[in-house]
Structures are given as structure tokens and as C-alpha cells.
Ligand binder design. Sequence first.
Ligand code: HEC
Length: 258
Amino acid sequence: MLKHPLFQFFVLLIASYLFYTLGIQVLSKPIPATLVSQYMAITLGVLLLYMATETERWERFKSPIYEALIGATGVHRMLRNVLFVLIPLFAGFQTYQAVKPQTTPPPPFRTVHPANPESITFRGESYDLTTLTNPLRAEPAKFDEHLEVGKKVYYERCFYCHGDTWAGDGHFAKGFVPAPAKFTGDATLAILTESYVFWRIAKGGPGLPREATPWNSAMPAWEDRLTADEIWAVTMYLYDAVEKEPRTVLSQTESGGH
Ligand code: HEC
């Protein structure tokens, strides 16, 4: 029986399936189910071709199938009845599996605005984020000057991800998961304090706590490339550009924090 082509055919088919699903998973990573079915289709084709390349092998391969289909003995009839029930059942089960509603929950949501740490070190200096405010706002006379600096920083460093209109749709945006933050609308800058924004710009994706995973943020950490004043300036520029007021520490404590 071990030498029978039909037996070898099924053994190879099952072995290939196990290799594509479990084997590859052990060697590297699981591959998508659609790819597994493509590989299986190719394997099936190759095996059938192999079986058909020699007349004698092909005859031996086919004969049990013919016999099962047209054999006249009671055993054959019984086998036929069993197969004619099992095969449609199997096909029906597969179809049901494919179309039944998914009950598995989607992967855990990413926390877009995780709580900031209480304090950070920026270029060797310690900043207490709970009390930190934007020092540039203490110089109203220089407001426009700071906005100019902020705008320059934005168009030199940020717009190709965060977009020309601050909507998170810059040229590179499509390449990133999570996508670059959208600054327009009520769900970002408007609900954040400037110290929070300062922290996010200074420390970027690498500075995010665990709950902001599982995806890796492409947001760069700007600590080594921008001075504190440049970060404050670009923060101010962003609020001005999207016409929002930063949330203040006071309003944050009133409503119970983030
Ligand atoms: C390489 C692309 C890229 C560049 C360049 C970039 N960012 Fe980001 N930024 C992101 C991504 C992606 C996110 C969303 C994920 C996250 O929160 O880290 C983000 C998030 C942010 C957030 C958080 C907003 C929120 O609602 O929590 C701020 C603030 C921010 N970026 C400001 C900036 C500033 C300012 C610059 C320029 C100095 C800049 N980014 C440059 C990709 C980029």
C-alpha cells in the first residue's frame, strides 16, 4: 500500500499542508491563509502532473477511484454511499466556515493619547509636565515672531507626514501605521495641553508608553534636532494654524485629567 500512487498522493498532499501551515510557522512566521491555499493549489497541480507523467502510474493512481465509483460489490456500494454523504458535508462545512460571521474580537485598540509621564528629561534638564507651560506665551509682543519660527520648523520637519493642511495626510502618510496624527478637528490638539504636545514632539514614537502599542509609531523624537524653544514655537504654530486653544492645566484638573 505504501507504494501505491494514490496513497503517496494523499500523504504528500497532507504533508505539504502541514508544512505550509505549521512548518513555516515554526521556521519563521505564519503565512496568510490565502497564500496557503495558493501553495496548495500549486502542489495539487504538480502532484497530479507527476502522477500523469507515466501511463502505468496514472492507471494505478486512477484505478481505486474508478473502482470506488463504479465497482459492483456491496463494499463498493457502501463506500460510495459514505463518500457521497461525507464529501458534500465537508464542502458544506467549509462553505459555512468561510461565510459565518466572525465572532473573534478585533485586535486591541491602540490608546491614541496615553497618559504622559509626570516628568521628562529634555537635553539633560528635568521638566515637570504637570506644571509645565509654554514659555513663549509669556512674551505676547513676540507672538508673530514665534509663529514664524514654528511655521519654518513645521515645513522643514513635519509637513511631509502631517500634511500641508495639518490633516495628517502628508506625502509619506500612507506608508505609516498608525497614520500621522491629524491636528485639525476636535480629537487632537484641542483636548491636549501644550506640555503634552511638547512631550510628544520631544520624545516621539520611541517615548510612547506600552499602552500606545502594539503598532510602532513613526513619529520621530525631535529632542536631538530641535531646541526646546523650537518645539514650543511649532506647538504654538500648530494651535494657531488649526485655530484651537490648548487645554490648560487648570481645565485638565477640573475634568479629572486625561
Ligand atoms: C515620519 C513621519 C512623521 C514626521 C516627520 C513627524 N511626525 Fe508627528 N506623528 C507621526 C505619527 C505616525 C504620529 C501618530 C503616532 C503617534 O502618536 O506617535 C505622530 C504624532 C504626532 C503628535 C501627537 C498628536 C496627538 O494627537 O497625540 C504630535 C504632537 C506630532 N506628531 C507633532 C509633530 C511635529 C511638530 C513634527 C515636526 C517637528 C512631526 N510630528 C513630524 C509621524 C511623523
